[in-house]
Design a protein around this ligand. Structure first.
Ligand SMILES: [Zn+2]
Length: 194
């Protein structure tokens, strides 16, 4: 048994995650507290930047392009010194953390990697809209079927997807969230199964 440092509950060790930095190998906060702290962290500017950077590393690997040409620290300085980042962040908070308002980085040239010359700051919804337009214009290699359609409710832009996986990638929603909210407005999207 151990007392959680956050909720002060005395709980069995199985309720705590691993932490190899600690002598007993068990984290000092229980799993539910850890989950809440992580959720809060990803709502901060630092959390948004961590999220952007780790997605860039992951997507560079998946697309087989070179990793970001900057470190996370350099990206953080670049974003924090850009007034637009603070404006977009405030708008995202004001939208109650709606995905389509989340600050995001898009690449000017999709063939090139993430470098300060090739990134543009925008909202997640704009990034999505641009990506969708590329698909609609056929400038993206993604194949388009009509199994799902996603509509961004505030722009009315609609894009079709051939698989639920593609819907997950484009919206950032989870499978459960998509199924539970089909045909309803959810996080700024309306998703239909065709
Ligand atoms: Zn706790």
């Amino acid at each position: 048994m151990q007392v959680c440092k956050y909720c002060n509950e005395l709980l069995p060790l199985s309720r705590f995650g691993k932490n190899n930095a600690r002598a007993n190998g068990v984290d000092y906060k229980c799993r539910p507290c850890n989950r809440l702290l992580r959720r809060d962290y990803f709502k901060t500017k630092g959390g948004v930047i961590t999220d952007i950077y780790s997605n860039e590393v992951k997507s560079s690997r998946e697309r087989n392009i070179s990793p970001p040409h900057y470190t996370k620290k350099e990206l953080k300085l670049w974003l924090l010194s850009n007034p637009l980042f603070h404006t977009l962040y405030e708008e995202w908070v004001a939208s109650n953390y709606t995905s389509s308002f989340k600050p995001s980085l898009d690449r000017r040239d999709d063939m090139l990697g993430y470098s300060f010359d090739n990134i543009i700051l925008c909202t997640w919804g704009e990034n999505f809209a641009r990506c969708s337009l590329n698909i609609l214009n056929g400038t993206n290699i993604k194949t388009v079927n009509t199994d799902f359609s996603i509509c961004i409710d505030y722009t009315g832009l609609e894009v079709t997807c051939s698989s639920i996986r593609e819907v997950v990638e484009l919206t950032g929603l989870t499978y459960d969230e998509i199924w539970e909210n089909l045909d309803n407005t959810y996080m700024g999207f309306i998703i239909h199964e065709n």
